[in-house]
Design a protein around this ligand. Structure first.
Ligand code: GLU
Length: 287
């Protein structure tokens, strides 16, 4: 068994991160497996070395350990480019020049109907404006790349499925071709400003690191269908998924990076112990 915790160094780790990291760590340790840490820093406009240093310090303080060197996604861009190239060669991705505003305008045009736009894992489902434009021989550096979901699902006529253990016993969750087109649509696989995306890099790295069990928050459940589709298209192995409950604030809202009050570093400064953090997130202290 190989699990991982994959934070983005864009702010302090909070109680939700501590819970997620502890879930992955304990799952690996109780099964004589390996727990890996991965730094998801593809968004170089938001990643900061001081947040990365804080991640290492907080996780060590919580009692976690992991093998070195740690994979940092910013040093792995070649692998994402290779995956994109593979999809490009097979006509499964296309360049998109639309801005957020263009997409909004297309979605609110009268012929699109007057209901609220359908939401996918990354926001409103893309209306397909650039899908039928002639595709150049090589992809333009100044464009985003979108997955052509119709072309992708034509290769997966049975649909996709994944095994989920978040509620105890393993359950299979399925998505058919029609649902993938309607509920996910042509998602961005390479952002103009990054040269990759969360979905693409997470799938490439989970496979490269031979992760067998992906543990992460329930908020990423829907994105998992995107990941499973990409695993099929790229010929990558498929892990088992464990989407855990989310840690919420007193008002029931999911914790966000800006919730400094619940930052692990803040609790440390206030004199709390790792056992106190476990109690706050509803876990038994370390056996
Ligand atoms: N970097 C992502 C996050 O912090 C990781 C999500 C995942 O575990 O797949 O939300």
């Amino acid at each position: 068994m190989r699990t991982r915790f994959a934070p983005s160094p864009t702010g302090p780790l909070h109680l939700g991160h501590a819970f997620s990291a502890l879930c992955a760590y304990r799952m690996a340790k109780t099964n004589a497996g390996t727990f890996l840490l991965r730094i998801e820093d593809i968004d170089q406009s938001r990643a900061r070395p001081e947040w990365e240093a804080q991640i290492y310090a907080d996780l060590q303080w919580l009692g976690l350990d992991w093998p070195h060197p740690v994979l940092r996604q910013s040093s792995n861009m070649g692998a994402y480019q290779a995956a994109l190239d593979h999809l490009w060669q097979r006509g499964l991705v296309y360049p998109c020049h639309c801005t957020r505003r263009d997409i909004q305008a297309a979605l609110t045009a009268p012929q699109e109907g007057d209901g609220a736009p359908q939401m996918g894992p990354d926001g409103p489902i893309y209306p397909g404006t650039c899908r039928s434009a002639p595709r150049p021989a090589t992809w333009p550096a100044d464009a985003a790349l979108r997955l052509d979901m119709r072309a992708a699902m034509a290769l997966l006529p049975q649909g996709v499925q994944f095994c989920e253990t978040g509620s105890g016993a393993p359950e299979w969750h399925m998505m058919n071709t029609h649902q993938a087109i309607e509920n996910i649509g042509d998602i961005v696989l390479s952002r103009r400003d990054m040269g990759t995306s969360y979905h693409l890099s997470v799938v490439v790295d989970d496979a490269a690191q031979a992760i067998t069990h992906v543990t992460r928050g329930q908020d990423l459940f829907d994105a998992t269908f995107v990941h499973v589709i990409l695993q099929h298209l790229l010929g990558l192995s498929q892990p088992i998924y464990h989407h855990h409950r989310l840690i919420r604030d007193d008002a029931g809202k999911r914790l966000a990076k800006r919730d400094d009050a619940r930052a692990i570093a803040r609790y440390r400064d206030e004199g709390l112990t790792p056992a106190d953090i476990c109690a706050l997130v509803g876990l038994q202290p370390r056996p």
